[in-house]
Write a protein that binds this ligand. Structure first.
Ligand code: RIB
Length: 336
């Protein structure tokens, strides 16, 4: 069995460099990564954690996430790990950086080593891959970014209704021209929230599609969207952002322009991450039941692992969102 030392020697780098690449915790140039990967391939090297998966010495599930830098997913991972710890399972966190090829290589590695189960919280799972996993008796639970055609248990929140809750709240605070900053439309949660916003406002005389701008579910995207929207419509007085990250970016851009929140422009987010209550002004948001979603996914998967000969459990568990009203929409205006 080759060791990390053999890999370092063959690749002509230090053991520390190989370790940094395996654990993704430090810089390794692309050129060096290729040399190390080739050495691993040539030696048939497998990191210890992958080897231990193969001998089933510890029941392990994998949680595949698209963006570990977004607090929504780290809070989700917290819940999954808590339940797994209680049940004696190890959790293998796989961060795909929203990259299809990374997800596919994770799934292949996990499938080969017969992982006990997978919670899939990302967006590239195909029916074909799901079928391969189920054929190998590896239960899968899809969490959050689930579309209805997956033949497995889906756990998510009511995104469409949550978007309508956000728009109604902004109207109730006196807003009369509300814009929407939307997430990537290839992601079902972003689509459902945009649809919820548009279906609510499209009958209003002030509505036009140019009141919607992309924010890519990122902080910088929220900032950029504010620039775009204010150039198109300087008279907007409310913004609904499809996640808290974009809403926080929007608050920063509005603050830089000297725009008063909420009295000039009220802002509402979506997710309910802890960051939303720490920033100034505190962010009104449509809170997803993040912990409950992660907890339910872990419990459901562990139950299915214990009963893995049963047919895939086709069930949609939809958990309701709730509106948390904070400073970013509390307006002193006569219409309240
Ligand atoms: O903030 C990240 C977003 O992606 C969340 O709204 C979550 O629902 C996921 O789909």
């Amino acid at each position: 069995m080759s060791t990390i030392k053999d890999v370092a020697k063959l690749a002509g780098v230090s053991i520390a460099t190989v370790s940094r690449m395996i654990n993704q915790n430090g810089y390794v140039s692309k050129k060096t990564e290729v040399r190390i990967s080739e050495a691993m391939e040539e030696l048939g090297y497998e990191p210890l954690i992958i080897r231990r998966l193969a001998d089933h010495s510890m029941p392990t599930i994998a949680l595949i996430l698209p963006d570990i830098t977004n607090p929504f997913f780290s809070e989700l991972a917290r819940a999954v790990e808590d339940i797994c710890q209680q049940k004696g399972y190890t959790v293998f966190f796989c961060n795909s950086d929203n990259q299809d090829f990374k997800e596919k290589s994770y799934l292949e590695a996990l499938r080969k080593r017969k992982i006990d189960g997978i919670i899939y919280a990302s967006n590239y799972l195909t029916q074909e891959e799901l079928h391969k996993l189920q054929r190998d008796n590896i239960p899968v639970v899809v969490l959050d970014r689930s579309s209805d055609n997956h033949k497995c248990t889906l756990i998510r929140c009511n995104n469409y209704d949550g978007a309508q809750l956000a728009v109604k709240h902004l109207l109730d605070t006196g807003c009369r021209k509300i814009a929407h900053i939307y997430g990537p439309q290839e992601i079902v949660t972003a689509q459902e929230r945009l649809n919820g916003y548009e279906d609510y406002v499209k009958s209003f005389s002030w509505y036009t599609p140019s009141l919607m701008a992309p924010g890519h579910f990122q902080l910088e995207g929220g900032m950029q969207a504010v620039e775009t929207l204010l150039l198109r419509h300087p008279d907007i007085d409310g913004i609904f952002a499809g996640n808290d990250f974009m809403a926080i970016g929007a608050l920063k851009a509005l603050h830089r322009k000297g725009i008063q929140i909420p009295n000039d422009i009220a802002v509402c987010g979506f997710d309910g991450v802890k960051l939303a209550e720490i920033i100034e002004p505190e962010l009104t948001t449509v809170a997803q039941p993040i912990y409950e979603m992660g907890e339910t996914a872990a419990r459901t998967l562990i139950e299915q692992i214990g009963n893995r000969d049963a047919k895939p459990h086709l069930e949609v568990i939809e958990i309701n969102v709730s509106l948390i009203i904070r400073e970013s929409t509390r307006r002193e205006c006569e219409s309240q």
